[in-house]
Design a protein around this ligand. Sequence first.
Ligand code: ZN
Length: 186
Amino acid sequence: MLYIVLVLVLAALGLLVTALITASSLWAWVSIGLSVLAGLILVADWLRRRRRAAAPPARPAEPVVPAEEPVEEEQTTLIPAAGDLGDPADTPEPAVAEEADASAETETKADSEPGVEETPEADVAVLADLEDEVVVVDEHPRYHLRTCAWLGPRDLIPIGVGEARQLGFTPCATCTPDATLVAAHR
Ligand SMILES: [Zn+2]
């Protein structure tokens, strides 16, 4: 539709030039006619769009896929972000590029993971049997104490500390859940 308008406007412009060169008012009148036609098409097009926007077409019902739902739920529940499953010593946190501009840096900081708490071997053995509650956030590799400042308004998933470790979650260096829970246990 807009393509037709463009052609009409170009034709009108061409005719206007012709009228100026040949000093014939006939071409000028034809040019005006084409311009008016282009304007009418634009108005008609605008009215049509507005009517369509006012009455959105009814949406077809979403297809239901019950077979896949339980699988997906299981997948999204408690899996730490990939790459952090192994020994924390083997997978160092990627260093944030120093030359990143200020806004990008604040954005990264707001969403970046806290460091991994260093837990002594003796404590790891104790923690494996503990059922004290820690919290995890979906798709994040650390587990935390509820009081952790990093958590903010995120959706928390409570879980036993032993189970969290078993699933591959690592302790947050900000709230040090391992040291706190081991100390409380002793
Ligand atoms: Zn924490």
